[in-house]
Design a protein around this ligand. Structure first.
Ligand SMILES: Cc1cc2nc3c(=O)[nH]c(=O)nc-3n(C[C@H](O)[C@H](O)[C@H](O)COP(=O)(O)OP(=O)(O)OC[C@H]3O[C@@H](n4cnc5c(N)ncnc54)[C@H](O)[C@@H]3O)c2cc1C
Length: 392
């Protein structure tokens, strides 16, 4: 391996691979790109443990636009990512999201809906009667309304997306190295090199921090406090004899979500903030399904009374403690260190737009296709949150 690269990307899961792909496919790229990933099995990363769903129903215009490009990319992925005639199958199922609201949540649902419609999202507000007619399996008597994605939303195979991006990037000349980045070497206001755990040193023109829940540790070695922490989220896979035709990803007013997966369903429930400490283990409190999730499931869908837990897993969100939104682009103190972190549960769907945006920044020195300045370090340093209300 050479010991100098123009761009070193640390973290080779979906976000790092997306940056690598968008750099490599740009005719303006002149230099060499290295993707450094400590575990090429990707066993523990958020990408492979995610629910891999995409929605346009956010409360901020930036997040709507980011996901709209994600949808476009997923639809085109087979053409964009084919290598030697072999195209990845993302299994994109455009089944929509359905956000449900009681009377108390109606105002927020309507306000978010108007942001989404202004951005051209294909979403429709549904009255209680419309919900009952469309989804006869859903209990609606305690609901005021719902917001349904009519197209563009659904779920994919995140593993296939990540591998497709990385393999395409490789085929276009990006080098992939299995190694752990231990520290960033800073001098004269720039990152000069990435120090690897095995003692090697890779000199660089620029670095992209795409290290997920490892991002804050890496940033610290360059003297930067990245306000991102690891928070556990558990996913439960259950079977049910109930048939739910047209079932989208449903977000209950209680915070419970569920969606179809194969013959069964996936579900989860975020803990209240005061019971959500920084966490690095993968233990699943299995009793949570019986004690907390099952009553909520059976309330919303009476057919779920007979739900049976099949399996469960835990993964880690990289939560931005300031505002639950990504932190993107260079840090003002180190202009050649770019960040793509703090996705707080929506990084799979954001990977295409973020990969493109960071590649454009590296090649052209600014935001191009999408203006993502609202997600840059400026609001973090000024402590002015760009609060996302639709956090799942
Ligand atoms: C349970 C769960 C459900 C989710 N559901 C959704 C969803 O429905 N939709 C959605 O869009 N998002 C979802 N997410 C969030 C999404 O998975 C993440 O935001 C996204 O995968 C982040 O991708 P990433 O590449 O930044 O980080 P990761 O996937 O965490 O990858 C980071 C990579 O960096 C590597 N790394 C770390 N430190 C170093 C180092 N020092 N040197 C070298 N390599 C390093 C790691 O090994 C890892 O491979 C979910 C997440 C979880 C946990």
């Amino acid at each position: 391996m050479q010991n100098r690269f123009d761009v070193v990307i640390v973290g080779g899961a979906v976000v790092g691979s997306a940056v690598a792909y968008f750099l490599a496919q740009d005719p303006g790229l002149r230099g060499r790109v290295l993707l450094v990933e400590k575990d090429l099995s990707f066993r523990d990363c958020a990408t492979t443990r995610s629910v891999a769903s995409i929605r346009h129903q956010f409360s901020t215009a930036e997040n709507v636009r980011i996901s709209q490009f994600g949808t476009q990319f997923f639809r085109e992925a087979a053409q964009r990512l084919a290598v030697d005639g072999q195209a990845p199958d993302l299994a994109f199922r455009e089944a929509g999201y359905l956000f449900l609201a009681t009377a108390a949540g109606l105002g927020v649902l309507q306000a978010n809906h108007s942001v989404q419609r202004q951005e051209g999202a294909d979403v429709a507000l549904q009255t209680r009667d419309e919900l009952a007619a469309r989804f006869p399996w859903l209990r609606v008597d305690d609901l005021a309304a719902g917001s349904l994605g009519l197209s563009g939303e659904g779920w994919i195979d995140a593993h296939a997306l990540m591998n497709g991006l990385r393999q395409k990037a490789r085929s276009l000349g990006v080098q992939v190295l299995q190694a752990e980045a231990a520290a960033l070497e800073v001098a004269q206001g720039r990152v000069q090199a990435v120090r690897l755990q095995d003692g090697r040193r890779v000199a660089c023109g620029a670095v992209v921090n795409a290290a997920g829940t490892g991002a804050a540790r890496l940033a610290r070695t360059a003297g930067i406090a990245l306000p991102v922490q690891s928070r556990k989220r558990c996913v439960f896979h259950f079977s049910s004899p109930a048939r739910l035709p047209g079932c989208p990803l449903v977000i209950d007013p209680t915070g419970l979500y569920f969606r179809p997966e194969g013959e069964g369903f996936l579900c989860g429930l975020a803990p209240p903030e005061e019971q959500d400490p920084e966490c690095h283990d993968f233990d699943v409190p299995l009793a949570q399904f019986e004690d907390q999730l099952w009553p909520l499931l059976a309330h919303r869908v009476p057919g779920f009374e007979a739900a049976r837990l099949k399996s469960a897993w835990a993964g880690h969100y990289d939560v931005n403690l300031l505002d639950h939104n990504a932190i993107l682009g260079p840090h003002p103190a180190l202009p050649n260190l770019l960040f793509a972190n703090g996705f707080s549960g929506h990084g799979v769907q954001q990977a295409p737009a973020v990969g493109r945006a960071l590649a454009e920044w590296l090649l052209h020195g600014g935001w191009r296709s999408l203006d993502l300045s609202a997600l840059s370090w400026a609001r973090v340093l000024a402590k002015r949150p760009l609060r996302e209300l639709n956090v799942v």
